[in-house]
Design a protein around this ligand. Structure first.
Ligand code: KIV
Length: 294
């Protein structure tokens, strides 16, 4: 038996811990579909987050609160089919974990059954009992504090969080509660780099950031933000654009439409060939049909 081609080793929470030990930042990006998962996996992303931001990026909702578990699981299964190496993290949508620990465990389990290696939920101390319940069910779970889009009404909009020492201390308290409850990691969203560093220096769990500066264990970006395919008004300061996929798609479809209207597409090379004799017979039959009709 030959063992010439080594199988791809899946990123796990242990891999993430060893990245931190080596001082190497982990690369996170959202993915919601099969092709993006394949491309991100091939590009070497360590973690694919199937974010509830799919509500906005994929479904055109105004915010993240209207996406359902069923919709999240469709996106999640597609991403899990595409990710061969990356850890896939399922983002628990609004009301999939708040009401009871039993519901939180069942919904977290549905993400695991779909192929996820971990789940994420929003909140700190107030959702710590749910984190404990999910962790006790044997599921790797992480929290998310700072700007938490599912609580947009309470936060009063997309606002930077943790801008004072008192606010940073409240965030730290939330992260410590998550750690105590068994979370393996936390995501910090939209806060000054100093606040993120203040938190990271005082906790043991892995700390990732989106819009939280460089002093964390890795960076998350929303795929549509960096690829230039988000349709909407929100343009966070922390986004760096690496492509203009939206503009490229629009340009390509304009060119296609122009070719159809000008009869330039399809061209001969896009048509299936048949034998010359058969072509002559078909053309003759068509002519005969026209003669009978006229
Ligand atoms: O849903 C998501 O993509 C997220 C990020 C905004 C952090 O949770």
């Amino acid at each position: 038996m030959s063992y010439s081609s080594a199988p791809t080793r899946r990123v796990t929470t242990a891999t993430l811990a060893s990245l931190r030990e080596r001082g190497e930042p982990a690369v996170w990006i959202t993915a919601y579909d099969y092709p993006t998962a394949v491309f991100a996996d091939r590009a070497g992303a360590d973690v694919l987050l199937v974010g509830d931001s799919a509500a906005m990026t994929m479904l055109g909702h105004e915010n993240t609160t209207s996406i359902t578990m069923e919709e999240m699981l469709v996106f999640t299964r597609a991403v899990c089919r595409g990710a061969k190496r990356a850890l896939v993290v399922g983002d628990m949508p609004f009301l999939s974990y708040q009401a009871s620990s039993a519901r939180a465990i069942l919904n977290a389990g549905a993400f695991v059954a779909a192929g996820c290696g971990a789940v994420k939920l929003e909140g700190g101390r107030r959702i710590a009992p749910r984190v404990r319940a999910i962790a006790d069910a044997g599921i790797a779970v992480m929290g998310h504090v700072g700007l938490t889009p599912q609580s947009l009404g309470q936060l009063g909009g997309y606002r930077v969080q943790g801008k004072t020492l008192a606010a940073a201390e409240r965030l730290l308290d939330d992260v410590l509660a998550l750690q105590e409850a068994g979370a393996f990691a936390v995501l910090l969203e939209a806060m000054p780099a100093e606040t993120a560093a203040f938190i990271r220096d005082r906790v043991d769990l892995l700390v990732y950031g989106i819009g939280a500066g460089p002093h964390v264990d890795g960076q998350l970006v929303i795929a549509h933000d960096v690829l230039g395919s988000f349709v909407g008004e929100i343009a966070p300061r922390f986004v760096r654009r690496y492509a203009e996929v939206g503009a490229t798609i629009e340009q390509a479809i304009r060119a296609y439409a122009a070719d159809v209207r000008a009869l330039r597409f399809p061209a001969p090379e896009h048509c299936y060939p048949i034998d010359a004799v058969d072509a002559i017979e078909l053309q003759a039959a068509s002519r005969a049909l026209i003669e009978v009709a006229s």
